[in-house]
Design a protein around this ligand. Structure first.
Ligand code: PLP
Length: 468
Protein backbone atom coordinates (compact mmCIF):
# COMPACT_ATOMS: atom_id res chain seq x y z
CA UNK A 1 0.00 0.00 0.00
CA UNK A 2 1.41 3.35 -0.99
CA UNK A 3 2.67 5.39 1.95
CA UNK A 4 1.66 2.72 4.46
CA UNK A 5 4.98 0.99 4.71
CA UNK A 6 6.16 0.68 8.36
CA UNK A 7 9.31 2.58 9.24
CA UNK A 8 12.49 0.53 8.97
CA UNK A 9 13.39 -1.09 12.28
CA UNK A 10 16.91 -2.25 13.17
CA UNK A 11 15.65 -5.82 12.65
CA UNK A 12 14.36 -5.09 9.17
CA UNK A 13 17.61 -3.35 8.39
CA UNK A 14 19.63 -6.38 9.44
CA UNK A 15 17.42 -8.70 7.39
CA UNK A 16 17.94 -6.61 4.28
CA UNK A 17 21.67 -7.27 4.55
CA UNK A 18 21.55 -11.02 4.90
CA UNK A 19 25.06 -12.43 5.17
CA UNK A 20 26.49 -15.08 2.86
CA UNK A 21 26.46 -17.46 5.83
CA UNK A 22 22.72 -16.88 6.35
CA UNK A 23 22.04 -17.52 2.69
CA UNK A 24 23.97 -20.77 2.88
CA UNK A 25 22.03 -21.87 5.95
CA UNK A 26 18.65 -21.32 4.27
CA UNK A 27 19.71 -22.61 0.87
CA UNK A 28 19.88 -26.15 2.23
CA UNK A 29 16.26 -25.87 3.35
CA UNK A 30 14.63 -24.69 0.15
CA UNK A 31 12.43 -27.03 -1.86
CA UNK A 32 13.83 -27.98 -5.26
CA UNK A 33 11.03 -26.09 -7.02
CA UNK A 34 12.23 -22.78 -5.60
CA UNK A 35 15.18 -23.10 -7.95
CA UNK A 36 12.89 -22.62 -10.95
CA UNK A 37 10.44 -20.19 -9.37
CA UNK A 38 10.29 -16.86 -11.16
CA UNK A 39 9.42 -13.47 -9.87
CA UNK A 40 6.43 -11.71 -11.40
CA UNK A 41 7.78 -8.86 -13.52
CA UNK A 42 4.74 -6.71 -12.75
CA UNK A 43 5.03 -7.20 -8.98
CA UNK A 44 8.71 -6.17 -9.13
CA UNK A 45 7.88 -3.13 -11.17
CA UNK A 46 5.05 -2.07 -8.89
CA UNK A 47 7.53 -1.12 -6.16
CA UNK A 48 9.37 1.21 -8.56
CA UNK A 49 6.31 2.60 -10.26
CA UNK A 50 4.67 3.48 -6.94
CA UNK A 51 6.83 6.63 -7.02
CA UNK A 52 4.34 9.40 -7.88
CA UNK A 53 6.60 11.00 -10.51
CA UNK A 54 6.74 7.78 -12.56
CA UNK A 55 4.26 7.37 -15.42
CA UNK A 56 3.57 3.67 -15.35
CA UNK A 57 2.42 1.99 -18.51
CA UNK A 58 3.61 -1.22 -16.86
CA UNK A 59 0.76 -2.41 -14.62
CA UNK A 60 -2.44 -4.02 -15.75
CA UNK A 61 -4.38 -1.73 -13.52
CA UNK A 62 -8.00 -0.94 -14.22
CA UNK A 63 -8.92 2.63 -13.28
CA UNK A 64 -10.64 2.10 -9.93
CA UNK A 65 -10.98 5.88 -9.44
CA UNK A 66 -13.93 5.64 -11.85
CA UNK A 67 -15.96 3.61 -9.34
CA UNK A 68 -18.23 6.03 -7.44
CA UNK A 69 -17.11 6.21 -3.77
CA UNK A 70 -20.68 7.00 -2.59
CA UNK A 71 -21.89 3.80 -4.11
CA UNK A 72 -19.06 1.82 -2.48
CA UNK A 73 -19.82 3.46 0.90
CA UNK A 74 -23.55 2.73 0.62
CA UNK A 75 -22.97 -0.95 -0.23
CA UNK A 76 -20.49 -1.50 2.58
CA UNK A 77 -22.76 0.32 5.04
CA UNK A 78 -25.66 -1.91 4.09
CA UNK A 79 -23.50 -4.97 4.67
CA UNK A 80 -22.39 -3.69 8.08
CA UNK A 81 -25.94 -2.89 9.12
CA UNK A 82 -27.68 -5.99 7.79
CA UNK A 83 -25.16 -8.84 7.65
CA UNK A 84 -22.22 -7.86 9.81
CA UNK A 85 -21.71 -11.21 11.60
CA UNK A 86 -22.01 -13.30 8.41
CA UNK A 87 -19.84 -10.98 6.34
CA UNK A 88 -17.08 -11.22 8.95
CA UNK A 89 -17.29 -15.03 9.15
CA UNK A 90 -15.61 -17.85 7.14
CA UNK A 91 -17.59 -19.06 4.16
CA UNK A 92 -17.86 -22.23 2.06
CA UNK A 93 -14.74 -23.22 0.11
CA UNK A 94 -16.68 -23.21 -3.17
CA UNK A 95 -18.00 -19.70 -2.54
CA UNK A 96 -21.50 -18.41 -1.77
CA UNK A 97 -24.42 -19.24 -4.05
CA UNK A 98 -25.15 -15.50 -4.30
CA UNK A 99 -21.65 -14.85 -5.64
CA UNK A 100 -22.09 -17.65 -8.14
CA UNK A 101 -25.32 -16.02 -9.33
CA UNK A 102 -23.40 -12.76 -9.94
CA UNK A 103 -20.62 -14.40 -11.91
CA UNK A 104 -23.16 -16.43 -13.87
CA UNK A 105 -24.69 -13.08 -14.92
CA UNK A 106 -21.26 -12.00 -16.13
CA UNK A 107 -20.80 -15.24 -18.07
CA UNK A 108 -24.34 -15.03 -19.47
CA UNK A 109 -23.44 -11.63 -20.93
CA UNK A 110 -21.05 -13.56 -23.20
CA UNK A 111 -23.50 -16.38 -23.91
CA UNK A 112 -22.36 -18.93 -21.30
CA UNK A 113 -24.54 -20.82 -18.86
CA UNK A 114 -22.46 -22.95 -16.47
CA UNK A 115 -23.92 -25.23 -13.82
CA UNK A 116 -23.40 -23.61 -10.36
CA UNK A 117 -22.08 -26.98 -9.15
CA UNK A 118 -19.16 -26.70 -11.59
CA UNK A 119 -18.04 -23.32 -10.19
CA UNK A 120 -15.60 -22.35 -7.46
CA UNK A 121 -15.10 -18.75 -6.33
CA UNK A 122 -11.39 -18.03 -6.03
CA UNK A 123 -9.07 -15.35 -4.70
CA UNK A 124 -8.77 -13.69 -8.10
CA UNK A 125 -8.32 -15.37 -11.46
CA UNK A 126 -4.68 -15.76 -10.49
CA UNK A 127 -5.56 -18.30 -7.82
CA UNK A 128 -7.76 -20.14 -10.32
CA UNK A 129 -4.73 -20.56 -12.61
CA UNK A 130 -2.64 -21.70 -9.66
CA UNK A 131 -5.28 -24.23 -8.52
CA UNK A 132 -5.67 -25.66 -12.02
CA UNK A 133 -1.88 -26.15 -12.20
CA UNK A 134 -1.81 -27.60 -8.68
CA UNK A 135 -4.51 -30.05 -9.72
CA UNK A 136 -3.11 -31.13 -13.08
CA UNK A 137 0.67 -30.70 -13.16
CA UNK A 138 3.48 -32.96 -12.06
CA UNK A 139 7.03 -31.69 -12.59
CA UNK A 140 8.00 -31.94 -16.24
CA UNK A 141 4.44 -32.15 -17.55
CA UNK A 142 3.95 -30.33 -20.84
CA UNK A 143 1.75 -27.24 -20.98
CA UNK A 144 1.09 -25.24 -24.14
CA UNK A 145 0.36 -21.54 -24.14
CA UNK A 146 0.58 -18.52 -26.39
CA UNK A 147 3.86 -16.77 -27.09
CA UNK A 148 3.70 -14.18 -25.63
CA UNK A 149 1.53 -15.36 -22.72
CA UNK A 150 0.04 -13.66 -19.66
CA UNK A 151 3.16 -12.65 -17.66
CA UNK A 152 1.43 -13.63 -14.40
CA UNK A 153 0.98 -17.21 -15.65
CA UNK A 154 4.71 -17.65 -16.25
CA UNK A 155 5.65 -17.79 -12.53
CA UNK A 156 2.80 -20.27 -11.95
CA UNK A 157 3.92 -22.63 -14.71
CA UNK A 158 7.49 -22.33 -13.40
CA UNK A 159 6.45 -23.02 -9.78
CA UNK A 160 4.81 -26.27 -10.81
CA UNK A 161 7.88 -27.11 -12.92
CA UNK A 162 5.87 -27.40 -16.13
CA UNK A 163 7.56 -28.03 -19.46
CA UNK A 164 6.03 -24.99 -21.15
CA UNK A 165 5.75 -24.75 -24.95
CA UNK A 166 4.78 -21.38 -26.41
CA UNK A 167 2.99 -21.14 -29.72
CA UNK A 168 3.45 -18.10 -31.90
CA UNK A 169 0.61 -15.61 -32.40
CA UNK A 170 -0.44 -13.24 -35.15
CA UNK A 171 -3.26 -10.70 -35.49
CA UNK A 172 -5.80 -13.55 -35.17
CA UNK A 173 -4.36 -14.89 -31.93
CA UNK A 174 -2.70 -18.26 -31.38
CA UNK A 175 -1.49 -19.93 -34.59
CA UNK A 176 -3.56 -23.10 -34.55
CA UNK A 177 -1.42 -24.71 -37.26
CA UNK A 178 1.58 -24.30 -34.99
CA UNK A 179 -0.38 -25.61 -32.03
CA UNK A 180 -1.10 -28.76 -34.02
CA UNK A 181 2.56 -29.06 -34.92
CA UNK A 182 3.53 -28.89 -31.22
CA UNK A 183 0.85 -31.45 -30.34
CA UNK A 184 2.16 -33.76 -33.09
CA UNK A 185 5.72 -33.35 -31.92
CA UNK A 186 4.80 -34.14 -28.33
CA UNK A 187 2.74 -37.10 -29.48
CA UNK A 188 5.74 -38.35 -31.46
CA UNK A 189 7.63 -38.38 -28.13
CA UNK A 190 4.75 -40.25 -26.49
CA UNK A 191 3.66 -37.15 -24.59
CA UNK A 192 0.50 -35.10 -24.31
CA UNK A 193 0.07 -31.65 -22.78
CA UNK A 194 -1.92 -31.46 -19.57
CA UNK A 195 -3.66 -28.42 -21.01
CA UNK A 196 -3.49 -25.57 -23.50
CA UNK A 197 -3.66 -22.22 -21.68
CA UNK A 198 -5.07 -19.32 -23.69
CA UNK A 199 -6.40 -15.79 -23.21
CA UNK A 200 -8.51 -15.69 -26.38
CA UNK A 201 -10.03 -12.22 -26.03
CA UNK A 202 -7.91 -9.04 -26.01
CA UNK A 203 -4.98 -11.04 -24.84
CA UNK A 204 -2.66 -9.91 -22.10
CA UNK A 205 -0.05 -8.91 -23.24
CA UNK A 206 -0.53 -8.91 -27.05
CA UNK A 207 -3.93 -7.17 -27.19
CA UNK A 208 -5.10 -9.43 -30.04
CA UNK A 209 -8.08 -11.84 -30.09
CA UNK A 210 -8.41 -15.38 -31.36
CA UNK A 211 -10.56 -15.30 -34.51
CA UNK A 212 -13.95 -17.06 -34.62
CA UNK A 213 -12.62 -19.66 -37.02
CA UNK A 214 -9.60 -20.45 -34.87
CA UNK A 215 -11.83 -20.69 -31.77
CA UNK A 216 -13.93 -23.35 -33.49
CA UNK A 217 -10.84 -25.18 -34.65
CA UNK A 218 -9.24 -25.09 -31.19
CA UNK A 219 -12.34 -26.59 -29.58
CA UNK A 220 -12.49 -29.22 -32.33
CA UNK A 221 -8.85 -30.16 -31.71
CA UNK A 222 -9.44 -30.33 -27.95
CA UNK A 223 -12.30 -32.77 -28.48
CA UNK A 224 -10.56 -34.85 -31.15
CA UNK A 225 -7.31 -35.16 -29.22
CA UNK A 226 -8.88 -35.13 -25.76
CA UNK A 227 -6.78 -32.22 -24.57
CA UNK A 228 -8.00 -29.79 -21.92
CA UNK A 229 -8.05 -26.08 -22.74
CA UNK A 230 -7.85 -23.48 -19.97
CA UNK A 231 -9.64 -20.36 -21.20
CA UNK A 232 -8.69 -17.30 -19.15
CA UNK A 233 -11.10 -14.50 -19.98
CA UNK A 234 -10.73 -11.33 -17.88
CA UNK A 235 -11.25 -8.95 -20.82
CA UNK A 236 -14.05 -10.40 -22.98
CA UNK A 237 -16.54 -7.70 -21.95
CA UNK A 238 -14.07 -4.86 -22.50
CA UNK A 239 -14.73 -4.63 -26.25
CA UNK A 240 -14.33 -1.20 -27.89
CA UNK A 241 -15.53 -2.14 -31.35
CA UNK A 242 -16.06 -5.08 -33.67
CA UNK A 243 -18.16 -8.20 -33.45
CA UNK A 244 -18.51 -10.34 -30.36
CA UNK A 245 -16.60 -13.61 -30.48
CA UNK A 246 -17.92 -16.74 -28.78
CA UNK A 247 -15.95 -17.87 -25.71
CA UNK A 248 -14.36 -21.31 -26.06
CA UNK A 249 -16.42 -22.46 -23.08
CA UNK A 250 -19.60 -21.63 -24.95
CA UNK A 251 -18.46 -23.48 -28.08
CA UNK A 252 -17.39 -26.55 -26.10
CA UNK A 253 -20.11 -26.63 -23.45
CA UNK A 254 -17.60 -27.28 -20.67
CA UNK A 255 -16.38 -30.80 -21.52
CA UNK A 256 -12.81 -29.93 -22.45
CA UNK A 257 -12.68 -26.23 -21.60
CA UNK A 258 -11.89 -25.11 -18.07
CA UNK A 259 -12.93 -21.49 -17.70
CA UNK A 260 -11.25 -18.82 -15.57
CA UNK A 261 -13.01 -15.51 -14.89
CA UNK A 262 -12.53 -12.51 -12.63
CA UNK A 263 -14.25 -9.38 -11.33
CA UNK A 264 -10.88 -7.59 -11.37
CA UNK A 265 -11.23 -5.80 -14.71
CA UNK A 266 -14.96 -5.15 -14.69
CA UNK A 267 -15.23 -4.04 -11.06
CA UNK A 268 -12.12 -4.13 -8.82
CA UNK A 269 -8.91 -6.14 -8.46
CA UNK A 270 -8.72 -5.09 -4.80
CA UNK A 271 -11.66 -7.33 -3.90
CA UNK A 272 -9.62 -10.34 -5.16
CA UNK A 273 -12.59 -12.22 -6.56
CA UNK A 274 -12.31 -14.59 -9.47
CA UNK A 275 -13.67 -17.99 -10.36
CA UNK A 276 -13.09 -21.23 -12.15
CA UNK A 277 -15.56 -23.50 -13.97
CA UNK A 278 -14.44 -27.09 -14.50
CA UNK A 279 -15.92 -30.54 -15.14
CA UNK A 280 -16.96 -32.24 -11.84
CA UNK A 281 -13.96 -34.62 -11.46
CA UNK A 282 -11.52 -31.72 -11.96
CA UNK A 283 -13.55 -29.42 -9.71
CA UNK A 284 -13.46 -31.96 -6.88
CA UNK A 285 -9.64 -31.77 -6.82
CA UNK A 286 -9.59 -27.99 -7.31
CA UNK A 287 -11.77 -27.64 -4.20
CA UNK A 288 -9.29 -29.77 -2.19
CA UNK A 289 -6.47 -27.58 -3.45
CA UNK A 290 -8.35 -24.44 -2.45
CA UNK A 291 -9.03 -25.82 1.04
CA UNK A 292 -5.32 -26.32 1.51
CA UNK A 293 -4.47 -22.91 0.10
CA UNK A 294 -6.81 -20.53 1.94
CA UNK A 295 -9.97 -22.34 3.13
CA UNK A 296 -12.29 -19.91 1.37
CA UNK A 297 -12.37 -16.68 -0.62
CA UNK A 298 -12.97 -13.43 1.29
CA UNK A 299 -16.51 -13.47 2.65
CA UNK A 300 -16.59 -9.70 2.96
CA UNK A 301 -15.84 -9.02 -0.68
CA UNK A 302 -18.29 -11.71 -1.79
CA UNK A 303 -20.95 -9.83 0.17
CA UNK A 304 -19.87 -6.63 -1.52
CA UNK A 305 -20.24 -8.13 -4.99
CA UNK A 306 -23.67 -9.51 -4.13
CA UNK A 307 -24.82 -6.06 -2.91
CA UNK A 308 -23.38 -4.38 -5.98
CA UNK A 309 -25.00 -6.77 -8.45
CA UNK A 310 -28.33 -6.52 -6.61
CA UNK A 311 -28.47 -2.88 -7.74
CA UNK A 312 -28.62 -4.17 -11.32
CA UNK A 313 -26.29 -1.59 -12.85
CA UNK A 314 -23.05 -3.51 -13.27
CA UNK A 315 -23.33 -3.41 -17.08
CA UNK A 316 -23.55 0.39 -16.99
CA UNK A 317 -20.25 0.53 -15.17
CA UNK A 318 -18.62 -1.84 -17.67
CA UNK A 319 -19.97 0.35 -20.51
CA UNK A 320 -18.47 3.42 -18.81
CA UNK A 321 -15.10 1.65 -18.51
CA UNK A 322 -15.23 0.66 -22.17
CA UNK A 323 -15.74 4.32 -23.16
CA UNK A 324 -12.85 5.48 -20.97
CA UNK A 325 -10.44 2.77 -22.11
CA UNK A 326 -11.35 3.26 -25.77
CA UNK A 327 -10.25 6.92 -25.60
CA UNK A 328 -7.08 5.91 -23.79
CA UNK A 329 -6.35 3.24 -26.39
CA UNK A 330 -6.80 5.89 -29.09
CA UNK A 331 -4.45 8.24 -27.24
CA UNK A 332 -1.83 5.50 -27.01
CA UNK A 333 -2.05 4.54 -30.68
CA UNK A 334 -1.84 8.22 -31.71
CA UNK A 335 1.17 8.75 -29.48
CA UNK A 336 2.90 5.62 -30.82
CA UNK A 337 2.38 6.84 -34.38
CA UNK A 338 3.83 10.15 -33.40
CA UNK A 339 6.72 9.28 -31.10
CA UNK A 340 7.92 5.77 -31.95
CA UNK A 341 10.46 5.40 -34.74
CA UNK A 342 9.72 3.82 -38.12
CA UNK A 343 11.49 0.64 -37.08
CA UNK A 344 8.94 -0.16 -34.34
CA UNK A 345 5.57 -1.79 -34.75
CA UNK A 346 2.68 -2.57 -32.45
CA UNK A 347 -0.72 -4.20 -32.16
CA UNK A 348 -3.98 -2.27 -32.51
CA UNK A 349 -6.27 -3.80 -29.89
CA UNK A 350 -10.06 -3.57 -30.22
CA UNK A 351 -10.53 -4.12 -26.49
CA UNK A 352 -8.78 -4.95 -23.22
CA UNK A 353 -5.95 -3.03 -21.61
CA UNK A 354 -2.74 -3.60 -23.59
CA UNK A 355 -0.68 -2.78 -26.66
CA UNK A 356 2.30 -5.01 -27.53
CA UNK A 357 5.11 -3.17 -29.26
CA UNK A 358 8.06 -4.78 -31.01
CA UNK A 359 11.33 -2.99 -31.67
CA UNK A 360 14.30 -3.93 -33.87
CA UNK A 361 15.95 -7.02 -32.42
CA UNK A 362 19.17 -5.28 -31.42
CA UNK A 363 17.19 -3.47 -28.70
CA UNK A 364 16.78 -5.30 -25.41
CA UNK A 365 13.72 -3.93 -23.65
CA UNK A 366 15.08 -5.06 -20.26
CA UNK A 367 18.01 -2.67 -20.73
CA UNK A 368 15.70 -0.10 -22.25
CA UNK A 369 13.52 -0.17 -19.13
CA UNK A 370 16.46 0.88 -16.96
CA UNK A 371 16.97 3.89 -19.25
CA UNK A 372 13.25 4.66 -19.36
CA UNK A 373 13.03 4.60 -15.58
CA UNK A 374 15.63 7.37 -15.47
CA UNK A 375 13.05 9.37 -17.43
CA UNK A 376 10.34 8.30 -14.98
CA UNK A 377 8.38 6.04 -17.26
CA UNK A 378 7.83 2.28 -17.09
CA UNK A 379 6.58 -0.61 -19.24
CA UNK A 380 6.78 -4.40 -18.97
CA UNK A 381 9.74 -5.86 -20.91
CA UNK A 382 8.55 -8.55 -23.33
CA UNK A 383 10.75 -11.32 -21.88
CA UNK A 384 8.34 -11.48 -18.91
CA UNK A 385 5.77 -13.03 -21.26
CA UNK A 386 8.04 -15.95 -22.21
CA UNK A 387 9.58 -18.84 -20.34
CA UNK A 388 12.50 -19.17 -22.72
CA UNK A 389 14.20 -15.82 -23.17
CA UNK A 390 12.25 -14.75 -26.25
CA UNK A 391 10.43 -11.43 -26.34
CA UNK A 392 13.47 -9.37 -25.43
CA UNK A 393 12.80 -6.80 -28.16
CA UNK A 394 9.15 -6.34 -27.26
CA UNK A 395 7.27 -4.50 -24.56
CA UNK A 396 3.79 -4.45 -23.08
CA UNK A 397 2.16 -1.04 -22.74
CA UNK A 398 -0.93 -0.54 -20.60
CA UNK A 399 -3.47 2.17 -21.42
CA UNK A 400 -6.12 1.67 -18.71
CA UNK A 401 -4.25 2.92 -15.67
CA UNK A 402 -3.21 6.40 -16.89
CA UNK A 403 -5.16 9.27 -18.38
CA UNK A 404 -4.70 10.47 -21.96
CA UNK A 405 -2.13 13.16 -21.18
CA UNK A 406 -0.02 10.77 -19.08
CA UNK A 407 -0.23 8.17 -21.84
CA UNK A 408 0.97 10.68 -24.44
CA UNK A 409 3.79 11.87 -22.23
CA UNK A 410 4.75 8.31 -21.23
CA UNK A 411 4.88 7.13 -24.84
CA UNK A 412 6.83 10.25 -25.80
CA UNK A 413 9.46 9.48 -23.15
CA UNK A 414 9.74 5.83 -24.19
CA UNK A 415 9.86 6.87 -27.86
CA UNK A 416 12.74 9.17 -26.98
CA UNK A 417 14.89 6.39 -25.43
CA UNK A 418 14.01 4.02 -28.27
CA UNK A 419 15.01 6.72 -30.78
CA UNK A 420 18.36 7.13 -29.01
CA UNK A 421 19.04 3.39 -29.30
CA UNK A 422 18.12 3.34 -32.99
CA UNK A 423 20.35 6.35 -33.70
CA UNK A 424 23.22 4.78 -31.76
CA UNK A 425 22.89 1.54 -33.74
CA UNK A 426 22.86 3.40 -37.02
CA UNK A 427 25.92 5.42 -36.03
CA UNK A 428 27.90 2.38 -34.91
CA UNK A 429 26.98 0.08 -37.80
CA UNK A 430 26.42 2.67 -40.50
CA UNK A 431 23.37 0.76 -41.58
CA UNK A 432 19.64 1.34 -41.38
CA UNK A 433 18.13 -1.67 -39.67
CA UNK A 434 15.15 -3.56 -41.05
CA UNK A 435 11.79 -3.00 -39.41
CA UNK A 436 10.92 -5.38 -36.57
CA UNK A 437 8.68 -7.76 -38.59
CA UNK A 438 11.40 -8.78 -40.98
CA UNK A 439 13.32 -10.93 -38.52
CA UNK A 440 10.21 -13.02 -37.77
CA UNK A 441 9.81 -13.99 -41.38
CA UNK A 442 13.31 -15.43 -41.59
CA UNK A 443 13.26 -19.22 -41.38
CA UNK A 444 14.04 -20.34 -37.85
CA UNK A 445 13.90 -16.81 -36.49
CA UNK A 446 12.84 -16.31 -32.90
CA UNK A 447 9.08 -16.29 -32.72
CA UNK A 448 8.77 -19.76 -34.15
CA UNK A 449 9.11 -22.71 -31.80
CA UNK A 450 12.38 -23.54 -33.57
CA UNK A 451 13.68 -20.07 -32.84
CA UNK A 452 13.52 -20.60 -29.08
CA UNK A 453 16.03 -18.80 -27.00
CA UNK A 454 17.37 -16.45 -29.62
CA UNK A 455 15.47 -13.63 -28.00
CA UNK A 456 14.44 -11.72 -31.10
CA UNK A 457 11.18 -10.55 -32.54
CA UNK A 458 7.86 -12.19 -31.72
CA UNK A 459 4.29 -11.79 -32.87
CA UNK A 460 4.95 -10.98 -36.51
CA UNK A 461 2.61 -8.27 -37.65
CA UNK A 462 1.89 -6.16 -40.65
CA UNK A 463 4.36 -3.37 -41.25
CA UNK A 464 3.22 -0.09 -39.78
CA UNK A 465 2.89 1.53 -43.22
CA UNK A 466 0.32 -1.10 -44.16
CA UNK A 467 -1.90 -0.06 -41.27
CA UNK A 468 -2.25 3.46 -42.42
C1 PLP B 1 -4.95 -12.90 -18.44
C2 PLP B 1 -5.04 -12.67 -16.97
N1 PLP B 1 -5.37 -13.68 -16.17
C3 PLP B 1 -5.46 -13.53 -14.85
C4 PLP B 1 -5.23 -12.30 -14.27
C5 PLP B 1 -5.29 -12.22 -12.78
O1 PLP B 1 -6.28 -11.37 -12.34
P1 PLP B 1 -6.90 -11.41 -10.91
O2 PLP B 1 -6.15 -12.38 -10.07
O3 PLP B 1 -6.83 -10.02 -10.42
O4 PLP B 1 -8.30 -11.86 -11.12
C6 PLP B 1 -4.89 -11.21 -15.06
C7 PLP B 1 -4.57 -9.91 -14.47
O5 PLP B 1 -4.06 -9.02 -15.06
C8 PLP B 1 -4.81 -11.40 -16.45
O6 PLP B 1 -4.49 -10.41 -17.29
Amino acid sequence: MRGDRPAATPDRHRRAHTSARDLERYAGLFARRTGVMRSSAMRDLMAITARPEVISLAGGLPDTSTFPPESFAAQMTRIAQESSAQALQYGPTEGFERTKECLREVMAAEGMNPDPEDIIVTTGGQQAIDLVCKTLLDPGDPVICEGPTYPGAVPVFCSYEADTHQVEMDEEGMRIDQLEAVLDRLEGDGRKPKFVYTVPSFQNPAGVSLSAERRRRLVEIARQREVLVVEDNPYGLLRFEGEELPPLYQLDGGDYVIYVGTFSKILSPGIRLGWCVAPPPVMEKVVLGKQAADLCTSTLTQYFVAEYFAEGRWRDYVDALVGIYRSRRDAMLDALDRYFPEQAQWTRPTGGLFVWATLPDYIDTGDLLAKALRDDVAFVPGAAAYVDGRGSSSMRLNFSGSDESEIREGVRRIGHVVGEQVALYETITGETPLPAASSASRPGAAGSEEGRGSGGDVLPLRRREDDR
